[in-house]
Design a protein around this ligand. Sequence first.
Ligand SMILES: [Zn+2]
Ligand SMILES: [Zn+2]
Length: 166
Amino acid sequence: MLLGLSKIIDCPGQSVSFSTEVDLRDLRFGACEPVKDPVLASGTVRNTAGVLMMKGMIQTRIYGVCDRCASDFERDIEIPIDVILVTELADEDNEDEWVFPLEGDSADLEDIVRTVFVLNLDSKLLCEPECKGLCCRCGKNLNHGPCNCQKELDPRFAALRQLLEK
Ligand SMILES: [Zn+2]
Ligand SMILES: [Zn+2]
């Protein structure tokens, strides 16, 4: 899945748009395989003052087990693509994971989408971004409401219990 860039590689100001489907069903995160549907990626590569900048969006549905509350979930996610394409990697000091080498004068879309997806997925493996998780004392799923431990911490209940204990 190569995106030809020969038309813009030497032409500052020019851009090429792309829209593709990538199959990432083989990805595994711990016990789960979060991707079951086609992964859509679209955007543009623009030659900005001689630098090839790829910007776009990756969209799919992920299926997993929430990192915080351990419940099964599925939800739609969007991950932005914001990377730089270079003709040659300056090998040793290429610490930057957002820089990708070209294959000749083409970009390997699948490789880029896969890498960006994997690097961003960790923070997405929640049933919802605001998941409240489990109570560390009683294990109750706090998305379903507060647990009794929290009530115990309420000073009014503490005062009441002191009265009852006397
Ligand atoms: Zn959760
Ligand atoms: Zn609790």
